[in-house]
Design a protein around this ligand. Structure first.
Ligand SMILES: Cc1ncc(COP(=O)(O)O)c(C=O)c1O
Length: 341
């Protein structure tokens, strides 16, 4: 049986054209800042986000860590939504390495607002940590941040002297779904990270963007974390290819996700968060059946998924085309989940 891998958009493999671009690219030693392809990628990233400078990093986790390390600061507090990737899936690096205390805020769909931040800022108390940063994740669970929330958070942050970081691992998905430019999203944050290796389909790498002064510091922190790499053109070429060829096609992933979500609704056995499917991520539960059981039963029909507790997650990606989507929908519609013993 053929398997459709919907566990994440990180499972994609470089296309033959991307591999060719990687094979043919010019390289140099990036720790000496002499890799021409990396320089080109960083310049493009800065231009796309409207920031002064950008830096290639190993991963999105490293990008978030660098931002919180520099703009959070040891012994200080950062405000994040309680379901943020930084809190749940980055091995506690925000505390263990950056020394920042994350304050988890409950927010509908993880979307923060100035109102939700009200009363959360601490400063000038001898026995309390100082709040220095707000971090927003866009998209979060595939859901796009309303621009007015970002504007409100930015105004609140300015008034309270907080830095704003945007974990924009999937910011290009938000851009394609809403038509809001990446630059406009990024204008609401001091720093933004985005991933080359998710929907964009590159094999490795993330980028952090900010002021020139911030990126100069990020260069040092990246080296301290062991993230100074040498002939990074091999990585950057995949990223450049992705930014030049794979952004518009994200709309296909979104259409596929919508079709799969609607097929799940039609199938009748799943409780689907249809309203939440704005980009490439679908969440659903199967009443009465634990997520782990749903996962193993879906595997038997050739669909690989992920779970967070009893919530099952499907993520469309570059490896899934129109024909695959039709087949996935057909398999889901004829599937009958069995209650776990
Ligand atoms: C929202 C978000 N932020 C950050 C990351 C971290 O990226 P990486 O896996 O490259 O460390 C991920 C990865 O899935 C993510 O989904």
């Amino acid at each position: 049986m053929n398997y459709y891998d919907l566990r994440s958009d990180t499972v994609t493999k470089p296309t033959p054209e991307m591999r060719k671009a990687i094979a043919e690219t010019e390289v140099g030693d990036d720790v000496y800042r002499e890799d021409p392809t990396t320089t080109k990628l960083e310049a493009l990233a800065a231009e796309l986000t409207g920031k002064e400078a950008a830096l290639l990093l190993t991963s999105g986790s490293m990008g978030n860590l660098v931002a919180l390390y520099i703009n959070g600061g040891r012994g200080n507090e950062a405000l994040l939504s309680s379901n943020s990737h930084i809190i749940h899936h980055e091995v506690g690096s925000v505390s263990a390495i950056a020394g920042v205390l994350p304050i988890a805020i409950e927010a509908p769909r993880g979307i923060l607002s100035a109102d939700l931040l009200q009363g959360k800022v601490k400063r000038g108390m001898y026995d309390m940590a100082t709040t220095t940063l707000v971090s927003v994740e866009n998209t979060i669970g595939g859901y796009c941040y309303p621009i007015e929330n970002l504007a409100g958070i930015q105004r609140f942050a300015k008034k309270n002297n907080l830095a704003v970081h945007m974990d924009g691992a999937r910011i290009f998905n938000a851009h394609i779904a809403t038509g809001i430019s990446v630059k406009e999203y990024a204008a609401h944050a001091d720093t933004i990270t985005f991933c080359l290796s998710k929907g964009l389909g590159a094999p490795i790498g993330s980028i952090i963007c900010g002021t020139k002064e911030f990126i100069d510091r990020a260069l040092t922190v990246r080296k301290m974390l062991g993230g100074g790499m040498r002939q990074t053109g091999i990585i950057a070429a995949g990223g450049l290819y992705a930014l030049n060829h794979h952004v518009k096609r994200l709309k296909d992933d979104h259409l596929h996700a919508r079709a799969i979500a609607e097929a799940l609704v039609d199938a009748g056995w799943a409780d689907v968060d249809l309203e939440g499917v704005q980009t490439n991520i679908i969440f659903f539960t199967v009443p009465g059946i634990p997520g782990s059981a749903v996962l193993s039963q879906l595997k038997k029909i050739g669909i690989l998924a992920n779970t967070e507790g009893d919530t099952v997650r499907l993520v469309t990606n570059l490896g899934i085309d129109d024909e695959d989507t039709v087949e996935i929908c057909a398999r889901l519609k004829s599937f009958e989940p069995e209650a776990a013993e």
